[in-house]
Ligand binder design. Sequence first.
Ligand code: SF4
Length: 381
Amino acid sequence: MIQRNPTRAIRIGGLAIGGGERIAVQSMCATPTTDTAATLAQLKQLRAAGADIIRVAVDNNKDADALIHMRRESEDAAAAVVSVDLQENYRLAKVLAAHVDKIRYNPGHLYHHQRALSWRDKVADLAELAVRHDCALRIGVNAGSVDPALAESHGDDSVGAMVTSALQHSAHLDRLGFTRYCVSLKDSDPNKVIDACRRFAEARPEVPQHLGVTEAGMPPEGVEKTRIAFEQLLSRGIGDTVRVSLTVRNEEKSMEIEAARRIIDDINAGRVRSVVKFNPDKLNLISCPSCSRVENQSFVDLAQAVKQRTQHARDHAITIAVMGCRVNGPGETDDADLGLWCGPNYVNLKRRGEKVGAFKYDRILDALDRELHAMMAESPS
Ligand code: SF4
């Protein structure tokens, strides 16, 4: 059995994480939240696959109304343990706290609204709402959207910026007397996830952690990347709830739950590939798990086509990121050698931070190929 760190237990609806409780497995609906029929179908599918917690994203009042409606009117939604992802609009917590079990906020996204208020005041509001409505909180730090001040002060140490952000927010919640929270530190590079989660656990061993490799990509590589991080962390007792983020079609979303359970079972049974490491000398293809922000459903097909079309570069240390939306895509591709992010009709292409152009869906692979060949010529394997 996995020896678990002695984290404190926090209650999320009808279950608890931390404190030696079973590791909870979670996933996230990738359907537009306002499409309540599709979102409920996915929620049902995830519950049937054994999801302990299901996250739903809200961006605006229409999303919030749709989630409230589903929780009120659907037995499945009412019975599920639901975490709301506030994306960039933390103020929606006010209308949603009474209708969910957990609120995930991103410290790096507390700057977009009400700029005159400090993040500390905003977190105090969230904690007060959580107490009043019996919710847990997650401090969800993400490499693609770290607190801008910390990203600047830490320079190249992106892991340090993430860990500092999580420590700052944990300390602030503690000062407010709110301890019903967990922390996540996500990056698309499993080695950075391992580093960040270990550093946080050393500083705050009692705080439960939610583990995940963001934009891990398609199976089987996406599962393998995540497995590397989970093996290195769970085997050291770190991690109280997990999500495997995969780029799959909506009807295949339960693969995230199945993959997470398989990884946990393998680690529990001692089937640990302790020598497996994410290889920085090879082609690294990253793609996001997709969510309600995807505007063109061709995104998953495109990610698969990019994988096939780039196989010839597999022995080159090149990172290609394929992201599903125009909101997070530009930031999430910053660290990639070649980054693609999808709009409704065009796919944007970036080379090492510089925009190359926007291409129709039937033209983007040729444009990518041109940039990839130029890059391979510069750095032969
Ligand atoms: S990159 Fe965009 S579409 Fe992909 S998971 Fe992130 S927010 Fe959703």
